[in-house]
Design a binder for this molecule. Structure first.
Ligand SMILES: Nc1ncnc2c1ncn2[C@@H]1O[C@H](COP(=O)(O)OP(=O)(O)OP(=O)(O)O)[C@@H](O)[C@H]1O
Ligand SMILES: [Mg+2]
Length: 289
């Protein structure tokens, strides 16, 4: 839709089609947001503090020609956010064997690159993203990073839509906010390679080679030589932040955050951090030679 014809996100109302409300199917449960359902050709999600900032971002992506994100259609009579359903399949938790395909991994990297290109220039105005909870990012700013890019920041296998073996869409923009393309792409690689202690491999993923997979991702996304050399250090910094943030959220927000913490996500993150530190040299070698 042309930007001029759009209703502002805070007054956009979705009127269901006749009969639509009876075609309801629960969506696979994530870790935090309860109550996500498909209704007809739409997805309904609880309205959240970041919803309007996300809605503006989704409008921007549509105008920028990015095809892979849902459209924000407004709020339904129950106040829920209404988004278009992105057709395809998302991986489960833990991800199935089909999600191991190297071609799929490369297509994820290319999708993220297209998302970043489309995001360039978006500056939230009417509805800024709520600040991320304490602790603030200790990630060291790098002078070569393009600062101030709004990013997705949660491109997990469960949040990527796959069609015919290729990543075609991305959903669940709940964690979107200002970051850098390098940070978001490294975060995606962390989820998709995945970068974790081999002791924490998902069932059926034990034989996957993280060095080979990281190289596939790096080449498909197009990390520069300098970015490749920064991967271990930036990954260690990101793990340290993630540990503090998860602990903080579990203590202050409870719910799914507390469930994940009780299930041992803190230990998993610490082991990732140690694995990255122990394998810093081989990781850079795999990425640069
Ligand atoms: N717009 C959409 N199009 C297609 N599928 C979707 C869409 N939104 C969500 N889904 C499906 O529903 C699942 C859960 O939705 P979503 O990721 O938005 O919430 P969540 O993971 O429960 O939230 P959180 O990550 O905050 O815990 C997704 O993994 C995906 O399979
Ligand atoms: Mg999700």
């Amino acid at each position: 839709m042309s930007p001029a014809r759009r209703v502002p996100v805070d007054s956009r109302v979705y009127t269901p089609a006749p009969g639509e409300e009876s075609d309801v199917e629960p969506m696979p449960a994530g870790d935090v947001t309860d109550g996500v359902v498909r209704v007809g050709g739409t997805v309904r999600r609880p309205h959240q503090p970041q919803s309007l900032a996300v809605a503006e971002y989704l409008d921007w992506l549509e105008d920028a020609g990015f095809e892979g994100s849902p459209r924000f259609l407004g709020r339904d009579p129950r106040g829920r956010d209404v988004l278009t359903f992105v057709p395809g399949q998302c991986a489960g938790s833990p991800p199935e064997a089909w999600a191991q395909s190297g071609d799929l991994l490369a297509s994820v990297a290319r999708l993220v690159r297209r998302l970043h290109t489309a995001s360039a220039g978006f500056v939230p105005r009417a509805h800024p993203f709520p600040p991320r909870p304490f602790p603030r990012s200790p990630v060291r700013p790098n002078p070569t990073d393009a600062a101030g890019l709004i990013c997705h920041l949660d491109i997990t296998p469960q949040n990527v839509v796959v069609r015919d073996g290729r990543a075609t869409g991305v959903v669940d923009f709940d964690l979107a906010g200002p970051a850098t393309a390098f940070h978001d792409s490294l975060n995606t690689a962390m989820h998709w390679v995945p970068l974790r202690d081999p002791a924490d491999a998902w069932p059926g993923w034990e034989d996957q080679d993280p060095f080979r997979r990281l190289r596939i991702f790096a080449d498909a996304y197009g990390w520069t030589e300098e970015e490749r050399r920064r991967v271990p250090g930036a990954g260690i910094d990101a793990a340290a932040l993630s540990y503090e943030r998860m602990r903080h959220n579990a203590a202050t927000l409870g719910g799914g955050w507390a469930r994940m913490w009780d299930d041992g996500v803190g230990g998993l993150i610490r082991r990732r951090q140690d694995w990255l530190a122990a394998n810093a040299g081989p990781l850079v070698t795999a990425l640069t030679t």
